[in-house]
Write a new protein. Structure first.
Length: 505
């Protein structure tokens, strides 16, 4: 032991001895009736109160102090009633494992296989239900059989939510807390999983067919459903509430411009302008926040691409629903369990340049692939399109600068801005408003450089005028009165611009 440690130890022992002596002196003073530093009346009241009552008040005070901490820590939950048929369902599952071949249970790739397997599951479930001592009414039998079929063939209790066309998003926060989005509003769903293992089983069923994996070493995964819906899953130890699933649903039939006009996302004049922009081979970036409808808008824009052009799409998880025939779809791949074999979007963009594309459509730029995308737009691949997260058209340009720097190339900022200004022609900004509606709020032209600043001008904007009694946002689309400078590309492509398109009446 060093000299410093011995001195500190001696000092601490001396302090402990002084403290114990002082406490002994106070105890003896109290025993003798001496009340140092205490008011006489307060001391008499304390002496007159029974010790038990004093202890009870002390315990109540401690409870009052502890209870608010517990209330803050524990979140209130709306408990759903327990499923009274869990035991019957488990019995049916056990019988299915015994009577149906495991390989047959896994054959769910085609519609014919699923229908044949559903028939077998229904047969076994009916046999088990007929053996139950307590008879069930017809509706209960039907519900139990349907839920078992959903577990075996579908995606468990969230299968009815995925089949509901009014639901646009499904959010599973652990086995009991399931929420959906309807009409832009989030509400609690009246379904639940049996336990965390049940949720994990559904996640495995989603990610396995597309070659993805999820485990403690890789606790996050992006995937897709057979209908193209986007899936993100997070499991413990990353998630503290249990396995979580977030599913962004897409329409069975891709939305058209008529649908977006009916929803109020845009107007017929804006549709005509965007159709001309795509056919004139302008480079377009769709920007917006999470859930603002960027992918849907990109799908609609891609529908204007002529059918005789070769399109190459690049995505993290394939979501785009292009209707053209000559489409090559490529999807990024995460690393394997050894950390090798990853194929990034940047790799795919570079490879797409060798595939003789007429159009390159990138689902979303997030990092260094922005540099390769800008270079493709600047090297003869006009008419390319992509999406990105941003709060405004100006912020989208700032994000592109940041993502280009993430490519690891030490380029001067002015060179990056010159690349952006010469590559991008039009920014379509979309927003999700407070009432849940999605609207295109800006159509902004990128003009070029003035000094070190990229100049822009708004062609169309959405003006909010108020909120009605039901909480719906009221407003109108209006032209700013500025004619875009890329109209010469419209004329070169033989696209007629009707008079008054850029005038606000």
């Amino acid at each position: 032991m060093s000299l410093r440690e011995r001195l500190q130890r001696a000092k601490s022992e001396e302090q402990e001895e002084r403290f114990s002596q002082g406490r002994t002196i106070k105890d003896s003073q109290v025993a003798k009736g001496v009340r140092p530093g205490v008011d006489e009346r307060a001391w008499e009241r304390l002496q007159s109160q029974p010790v038990l009552a004093f202890q009870e008040r002390l315990e109540e005070r401690e409870l009052r102090l502890v209870k608010p901490v517990e209330d803050v820590r524990l979140r209130p939950r709306l408990e759903l009633p327990d499923d009274p048929h869990i035991a019957i369902k488990e019995k049916i599952h056990s019988r299915l494992v015994k009577e149906i071949d495991a390989e047959f249970l896994e054959q769910t790739s085609s519609m014919e296989d699923r229908q044949r397997l559903a028939g077998e599951v229904e047969k076994v479930a009916s046999q088990v239900l007929s053996e139950e001592p307590l008879p069930l009414i017809r509706s209960e039998r039907t519900r139990i059989i349907n839920e078992v079929i959903d577990d075996v063939i579908g995606f468990g209790p969230i299968t009815p939510l995925l089949e509901d066309d009014s639901v646009t998003e499904v959010m599973v926060n652990g086995p009991e807390m399931i929420y959906v989005e309807r009409g832009g509003r989030i509400e609690r769903a009246g379904v639940r999983f049996r336990d965390a293992d049940h949720v994990m089983h559904i996640i495995e069923r989603i990610v396995s067919p597309i070659g993805r994996r999820i485990d403690e070493a890789s606790p996050m995964v992006d995937a897709r459903l057979p209908d193209g819906s986007r899936v993100n899953a997070v499991i413990p130890p990353i998630s503290l509430v249990g396995p979580c699933i977030t599913i962004r649903k897409f329409s069975r039939e891709p939305l058209t411009t008529d649908d977006l006009v009916r929803f109020g996302t845009l107007t017929p004049t804006v549709v005509e302008f965007l159709e001309g922009a795509v056919k004139a081979r302008l480079n377009i970036v769709v920007s917006g926040g999470t859930g603002s409808g960027k992918t849907t808008t990109l799908n609609v824009l891609s529908s204007f691409i002529p059918p005789d052009e070769r399109i190459v799409t690049i995505e993290d998880a394939a979501e785009l629903q292009l209707r053209q025939e000559h489409v090559v779809t490529m999807e990024a791949r995460p690393p394997n369990i050894e950390g090798k074999g990853a194929v990034t979007i940047r790799d795919l963009v570079r490879n797409a340049l060798r595939m003789r594309p007429d159009r390159i459509v990138v689902g979303e730029v997030r990092s260094g692939e922005a540099l390769d995308m800008l270079q493709a737009m600047n090297t003869g691949h006009d008419g390319s399109m992509t999406t990105g997260h941003a709060n405004s058209p100006r912020d989208m340009l700032s994000r592109l600068e940041t993502m280009t720097l993430m490519a690891g190339m030490e380029l001067p900022l002015r060179a990056i801005r010159e690349q952006i200004a010469s590559a991008i022609d039009l920014i379509v900004h979309q927003a999700r408003l407070r009432d849940g509606s999605r609207k295109i709020t800006y159509l902004t032209e990128v003009l070029g450089m003035e000094g070190d600043v990229i100049t822009m001008q708004d062609i169309y904007i959405f003006e909010q005028t108020g909120v009605d009694g039901d909480g719906r946002v009221m407003g109108r689309f209006r032209a700013t009165g500025i004619r875009p400078k890329f109209l010469d590309k419209f004329e070169a492509a033989g696209i007629t611009v009707p008079p008054g398109m850029f005038v606000d009446y």
